[in-house]
Design a binder for this molecule. Structure first.
Ligand SMILES: C[S@@+](CC[C@H](N)C(=O)[O-])C[C@H]1O[C@@H](n2cnc3c(N)ncnc32)[C@H](O)[C@@H]1O
Length: 154
C-alpha cells in the first residue's frame, strides 16, 4: 500500500494528465488560433504544484496557440506556504498574480475563516511586487458585517 503522501502525488499526476489531455483535445477541435492570455483561477490553483502550470503552458505552446509574451495570471491565497511557492510559479511561467487579500482587518479575516492573517497578506503582496512588478492585483471584500468606510479606508 502506498503511503499517504505518495497517494496524493499519484492522484495529482493522474488529474494533471487528464486535465492536460482534455485541454489538448479541446484546442485541437476548436477554432482557437491564438491565446493572448491565460488565467489559472477559480478554486485555489496556488495549492497545485508549479509543474502543473508548466504542463498546461507546454500544451498551449505545442498546439501553437500561445502568443509570445502572453499574460499568464494565477489566483493566489496569501498563506505563507503559497507565498514561498511564488518564485517557483514564476519559473513555471506565471507572470501576473491576483491575491485574495479580502481584508486587512484581522477580525474580518477570522469572520471569513480565511487561512491567512494580516501579516501574511502584507508579506505576500511585498513578495509578489518584487517578483511581478506592476503585475499584481488584489481581491478585497467590502460590506462585511461590522465594516465601515473609515475602517476600509484606513
Ligand atoms: C474565485 S475566488 C478565488 C478563490 C480563492 N482561492 C478563495 O479562497 O476565495 C475569487 C475571489 O472571490 C471572492 N470570494 C470568495 N468567496 C466569496 C464569497 N463567499 N462571497 C463573495 N466573494 C467571495 C474572494 O475575494 C476571492 O478572492
Amino acid at each position: 500500500m502506498l503511503p499517504p503522501g505518495r497517494l496524493l502525488s499519484v492522484w495529482e499526476e493522474d488529474l494533471g494528465q487528464s486535465g492536460v489531455g482534455e485541454l489538448r483535445h479541446s484546442l485541437k477541435h476548436s477554432a482557437i488560433t491564438r491565446v493572448p492570455s491565460v488565467f489559472f483561477g477559480g478554486g485555489t490553483p496556488s495549492l497545485a504544484r508549479p509543474q502543473m502550470v508548466e504542463k498546461v503552458l507546454q500544451c498551449l505552446q505545442q498546439e501553437g496557440h500561445l502568443v509570445e509574451g502572453a499574460e499568464v495570471t494565477m489566483e493566489v491565497n496569501p498563506t505563507s506556504m503559497e507565498t514561498q511557492a511564488l518564485r517557483d510559479f514564476k519559473e513555471a511561467g506565471i507572470n501576473r498574480v491576483s491575491i485574495g487579500i479580502q481584508s486587512l482587518d484581522g477580525a474580518a479575516l477570522r469572520l471569513l475563516r480565511r487561512d491567512h492573517c494580516v501579516k501574511e497578506a502584507k508579506t505576500c503582496v511585498e513578495a509578489a511586487r518584487q517578483l511581478f512588478p506592476n503585475r499584481v492585483s488584489t481581491d478585497l471584500m467590502f460590506g462585511l458585517p461590522g465594516a465601515c468606510v473609515d475602517k476600509c479606508v484606513s
